[in-house]
Design a protein around this ligand. Structure first.
Ligand code: ZN
Length: 295
């Protein structure tokens, strides 16, 4: 059994995901307007009121979860912190530590996967906890409190965290607003939330979207990563969701992906200007409770 269906031919994808469900905008409650069908036959749509983009209709989430988020979903070696990931972890934790000075402090990593970030944060003095739809053996190797399931369904029994991190997670969830409301219940009044997602407003995405519209791409709209990605966020639409859940945005940035390989040197040259123009491929947004609560 393969861990990922992404990139398989349409027939295979449809065999594993036979059913579709309609999706309304979580912010506006409206039915969105379809604007494209990707190379796999998946439908991309945009809310005409707020601009949020998402799959509609989309494969039924439970079918995606059982077909895609298997224990094999995390590729081998994903528990290892290599150079690129260490730079990402360091960037994110240093930013979090600008807002959270107390020690000990508790951090929850939602979608903790193979647990690499749990280990990294623990080595920096944090008390760590993690959740995942399937908790892996690798995650269990860290001294972390772990919960299995989808974030809104988990009972935390009053547990609060000084930092909650959802890195490359929110775009996979069935309802991002529900996810963020649960995050609001979990972040301590003086704590911070980090959301990392692909940046739909990044330069590379914009170029590939134009190529897809003009029929210049063999696999049209592949860069959306539809199938396991259900939502596609810009800085504006992500901020609107985070604010609707009871947070205020304190910082956002768009790091450019740290990609080795072909044209790696050219990508390294444009990384700085891309980040300065806020056109990088990743969107990291930091928010704090809008109304500090007493803990
Ligand atoms: Zn909307």
């Amino acid at each position: 059994m393969s861990g990922s269906l992404f990139g398989r031919p349409r027939a295979e994808v449809e065999a594993a995901l036979p059913d579709r469900e309609p999706v309304a905008c979580p912010l506006c409650g409206r039915e969105p307007r379809p604007f494209a069908v990707d190379f796999q036959g998946l439908h991309l749509a945009r809310c005409t009121a707020c601009g949020l983009e998402f799959q509609h209709p989309r494969p039924v989430f439970e079918q995606i979860a059982s077909a895609v988020y298997t224990p094999e979903y995390h590729p081998e070696g994903h528990e290892i912190v290599d150079g690129g990931r260490e730079r990402t972890f360091a960037r994110q934790l240093e930013r979090i530590e600008r807002y959270v000075h107390r020690r000990p402090a508790a951090l929850l990593d939602v979608g903790c996967g193979a647990g690499a970030f749990l280990g990294y944060a623990r080595s920096r003095g944090w008390t760590v906890g993690g959740t995942d739809i399937n908790v892996t053996q690798d995650a269990r190797r860290h001294d972390a409190r772990l919960w299995e399931g989808q974030l809104p369904e988990i009972r935390f029994a009053g547990a609060r965290f000084h930092a909650v991190r959802l890195n490359q997670v929110l775009e996979h969830t069935p309802d991002p607003l529900r996810e963020l409301r649960q995050a609001r219940r979990l972040v301590a009044g003086d704590g911070v939330l980090l959301i990392g997602v692909p940046n739909l407003a990044g330069l590379s995405v914009r170029l590939k979207s134009w190529q897809s519209r003009l029929g210049l791409k063999r696999r049209r709209w592949k860069h959306y990563g539809a199938l396991h990605h259900l939502w596609f966020f810009t800085p504006a639409t992500l901020a609107a969701l985070v604010e609707a859940a009871g947070f205020r945005v304190v910082h956002w940035e768009t790091p450019a992906e740290d990609q080795p390989g072909r044209f790696g040197w050219a990508k390294a040259l444009v990384r700085g200007p891309l980040q300065a123009a806020r056109l990088g491929g990743i969107l990291d947004l930091y928010a704090r409770p809008a109304e500090p609560t007493r803990d």
